[in-house]
Design a protein around this ligand. Structure first.
Ligand SMILES: [Zn+2]
Length: 456
């Protein structure tokens, strides 16, 4: 057994810490001394608390846990939270950051369609891994990755491998691609084979539906065929809807509790009631919704819906894999739109990125709060950093919503495995990754005839 003793003269305290092997830490570890915000009403907040993690699950939360022989990681001076839950993203687009430049030729949907068809599976793998790593480093431990450049088995496999390699917990949605005709179904046999053989555990499978679009008979028929097959496989479904695609979705008769609706911007109260009565959930992504001009997003507009979670919608379009920015924007819009400085409660906003987000995608029995028995998806924010802290009297949720950003994420654990510690990612060669991203995106541009895109 090899143990390395490190004298760590960190910023706020002089401590000795023991660096155990990965295997020892996976077995059991105490995360000690942080301010624990459990987001579970039954557990509450602990101004100073310990969390015992055993075999990837939270075993105990208490003011002080004595566990002889178990490694103790000191999280004193840090705010400890459940890992953030991103209910909607498109990680493959991450390497196109900076390409969405708001001219008619460089707006998001055109750039995605134009360059997407020149991606190879390797470009998908690199883009997805890049986005997944940034997402993880930014305090998100679970994501729902809607893969809508699914041009064949190798493409989907590249996305899946990148997610597995990253360490994120993820639901990977088998989608279509921009050049697929409306009357053509996705490859349902392939999806069936994937579902039958799926054994990935931390990465699960779902379906990214194109939806009925503007409601043509062709689009509805394709959707009906796809959803019948997908429901026979028991897979969760997600679908985009905004503006003129909301009404056809509400009238489609194809909704159910297994459907997550993304955006629903422009929906009327009656349409939202149809969604709610069908049992559907809602993903709101305020940063990208506003970036593409869907409107100024406020929670009050979606009042009839109860299962709501926040999402990033792709680091490429959003600019960063930053769920804090989405919390902040939602909170600011709520006050701005209502003319009420006391709206909304920061705690409520934080719940939309943790507990409620997990509930909206149906996995709140596994994650979303710090609760004994749930999987150990845990993050810690550094309160001793510029722009953060000190801890306020009362609820620290306002500090998370209005002050925190990805740079403050000091510690990330997914399923009991430490992915970031002391502000540094583990098991990721970041300079090499950035080189790969630059090389990949240059080759995509070259195959597509250069930048900016010529009109198709
Ligand atoms: Zn999206």
């Amino acid at each position: 057994m090899r143990r390395v003793i490190v004298c760590a003269a960190y910023a706020w305290a002089l401590t000795f810490s023991v660096t155990p092997s990965d295997a020892q830490e996976r077995e059991a570890v105490v995360l000690g001394g942080g301010y624990v915000m459990s987001l579970d009403p039954g557990v509450g907040d602990l101004r100073q608390g310990d969390i015992l993690v055993r075999n990837g699950a939270i075993a105990e939360i208490a003011p002080r846990i004595e566990a002889p022989g178990v490694t103790r990681i000191d999280l004193g001076g840090k705010l400890v939270l459940p890992g953030l839950v991103d209910t909607h993203t498109h990680l493959w687009t991450s390497s196109m950051k900076g390409w969405f430049q708001n001219t008619p030729q460089t707006a998001y949907f055109d750039v995605k369609a134009h360059f997407g068809r020149h991606f190879t599976p390797e470009d998908v793998r690199i883009g997805t891994y890049y986005g997944a790593v940034e997402t993880l480093a930014s305090g998100v431990t679970t994501t729902v990755d809607f893969f809508h450049n699914n041009r064949g088995t190798d493409f989907f496999e590249a996305n899946r491998q990148a997610l597995l390699e990253s360490g994120l917990r993820a639901r990977l949605l088998f989608g279509a691609h921009d050049d697929m005709p409306a009357d053509e179904t996705v490859h349902l046999d392939r999806l069936g084979t994937l579902a039958a053989g799926w054994r990935d555990g931390r990465v699960t499978l779902g379906f990214g539906w194109r939806g009925p679009g503007t409601g043509s008979p062709q689009q509805l028929a394709t959707g009906r065929t796809e959803l019948t097959a997908v429901r026979a496989l028991g897979l969760p479904i997600a679908v985009h809807a905004s503006g003129k695609t909301v009404a056809p979705l509400a009238a489609s008769g194809l909704l159910g509790p297994d459907v997550q609706i993304i955006h629903a911007t422009g929906a009327s109260p009656e349409e939202l009631r149809v969604f709610e009565e069908a049992g559907a959930s809602l993903a709101l992504t305020p940063v990208t919704e506003q970036r593409v001009g869907y409107g100024v997003i406020a929670l009050r507009d979606f009042e009839p819906m109860r299962r709501i979670g926040l999402g990033i919608d792709g680091p490429g379009l959003a600019g960063q894999a930053d769920l804090f920015a989405n919390m902040r924007l939602l909170a600011l819009n709520e006050a701005g739109r209502s003319g009420d400085e006391t709206a909304p409660s920061p705690r409520r906003v934080l719940e939309l990125a943790t507990r409620d987000a997990a509930r909206s995608i149906g996995i709140d029995d596994e994650i979303g709060t710090l609760t004994p028995g749930k999987r150990a998806d845990i993050i810690a924010l550094d309160l001793q950093d510029l722009g953060m802290g000190p801890l306020p009297d009362g609820d620290p949720a306002a500090l998370v919503v209005y002050s925190a950003q990805p740079a403050h994420v000091d510690f990330v654990m997914v399923d009991g495995e430490i992915r970031k510690r002391d502000g540094r990612l583990r098991k990721v060669d970041v300079p090499r990754l950035l080189d790969d991203v630059a090389r990949s995106i240059r080759s995509v541009a070259s195959r597509a005839g250069g930048w900016p895109p010529a009109s198709d």
